[in-house]
Design a protein around this ligand. Structure first.
Ligand code: ATP
Ligand code: MG
Length: 411
């Protein structure tokens, strides 16, 4: 049984009552047919955007003209179903005019969109058959509009381009990345002709913005099948456009044993790689400084000695801070069994709130100066010595003990 959320029904009925149509379309249809609750509902409408706004507005809905140029109007649809409900919770539903897209001279954006108001046109411009289906409601009954064999491909778990794959990938090369993303997100294979076209058209990715490539890549890496995703990118020849220096010389690693977190999986992928190459790979992905630094710190932690003892746990916390546990998880995913033992000791050390930084010491520079130490390099060295004392024995982190230790080092 297929269904749409009850709050959507009045919106669909509204368009029908005006002699127009509104069709839930794309990802929400695919997910519903797969038995997965869709995270949002997109609607294709037969009206021009200004009419979409007028019709919704007259019925009491609030609307936002989010992308009139592309035909998109966001309608605030109250969950109560009453269009005029201003107090209760609502969903933001994107209602986009059925359109064709014409001419892709840059391989990224259509030169023109034409609002034809025909759902057939709108389904044909979509990327893959499983993404190119709509629900249509007639007399309260819901049916599937499937012009390209999307249901069959869903059943066979296949990603297949709508129409001629070479043309579709040349029009918009981001679809190359999207094919891999949907394959690993849904657990599907890429249909043979579509796959061959990806290999032939891979260099089209050079025209796509780094941000959009990065976005798709992050979804691939955090999918349930990151290893297969990287393998697909490698085999199709897409990987050099994503990571110019490729991946770790040690291969892909056990990525799916790690949480679905981009930072740790990326660090695992770049494990034991030359520092400059890691940096250049990351620069191309336009990440935030914080994420980039975390990945670098974790990916480069392979050089640290690792012994499963309490002192080593404190040293790892000191050197890596918040990244200590993620770094050990990556190390375990790279086959180092002692990393799991050390991770337990790091957790224990965090629980006990053990001192691991100079700032955690029970004395500071000012205290030592008051004792007659001169500010400067020597003072820093003494604080480092005191930290080592405390690393070896956290019980020694008391003013009394540390002053005693400091005085031993005076002159
Ligand atoms: P997700 O659940 O990951 O959001 P989705 O199918 O909703 O999956 P979106 O990227 O949100 O994916 O796109 C919504 C729909 O728009 C797709 O299902 C597809 O029909 C269409 N679409 C999006 N991007 C493209 C594109 N580059 N070329 C053709 N069709 C596209
Ligand atoms: Mg979506």
């Amino acid at each position: 049984m297929i269904s749409v959320p009850s709050y959507l029904t009045p919106l669909l009925a509204l368009f029908a009552s005006r002699g127009e149509r509104a069709y839930p379309v794309g990802g929400c249809v695919r997910d519903t047919l797969m038995g997965i609750p869709p995270h949002d509902w997109d609607v294709a409408v037969t009206t021009h955007p200004h009419d979409t706004m007028a019709i919704c507005h007259d019925a009491g809905y609030r609307t936002v003209p989010t992308g009139l140029k592309h035909g998109t109007v966001t309608v605030l649809v109250p969950l109560s179903g009453d269009p005029a409900d201003r107090d209760g919770p609502y969903e933001m539903i994107e209602c986009t005019t059925c359109r064709t897209e014409g001419g892709y001279t840059d391989g990224r954006h259509p030169d023109a969109v034409a609002f034809t108001g025909l759902i057939e046109d709108d389904l044909s411009r979509r990327d893959f058959t499983v993404n190119a289906m709509a629900f249509t409601q007639t007399d309260g009954k819901l049916a599937i509009l499937d012009l390209f064999g999307g249901q069959e491909d869903l059943k066979n778990k296949v990603i297949r381009a709508v129409g001629d794959p070479d043309t579709r990938f040349t029009e918009d090369a981001l679809r190359l990345m999207r094919s891999v993303r949907f394959a690993v997100k849904l657990g599907f294979t890429v249909e043979e002709n579509t796959y061959a076209a990806i290999c032939r058209r891979a260099e089209g990715l050079a025209r796509i913005s780094r941000e959009r490539i990065s976005d798709e890549f992050q979804k691939i890496l955090t999918s349930p099948e990151p290893e297969r995703g990287i393998q697909l990118l490698t085999d199709t020849g897409l990987l050099p456009y994503v990571l110019p220096h490729g991946i770790s010389p040690m291969g892909i690693g056990d990525l799916s044993s790690l949480p679905a977190d981009f930072t740790v999986r990326m660090a695992c992928l770049l494990w034991e790689m030359d520092y400059d190459r890691v940096q250049e790979n990351l620069a191309g992905l336009r990440l935030s400084n914080a994420v980039r630094k975390d990945i670098l710190a974790i990916a480069c932690s392979y050089i640290r000695t690792l012994r499963p003892d309490a002192l080593c746990a404190r040293q790892w916390r000191h050197a890596l801070g918040e990244n200590a546990l993620p770094a050990l998880a990556v190390r375990a995913a790279r086959g180092d069994t002692a990393a799991c033992e050390l991770a337990e000791l790091v957790k224990l050390s965090i629980e006990k709130n053990e001192p691991v930084r100079i700032a955690d010491l029970d004395v500071n520079g000012t205290d030592l100066i008051a004792l007659g130490f001169k500010p400067g390099r020597l003072l820093q060295d003494i604080l480092c010595d005191l930290l080592e004392v405390v690393w070896n024995d956290p019980a020694k982190n008391t003013r009394e003990e540390l002053i005693k230790e400091a005085l031993k080092r005076k002159d």
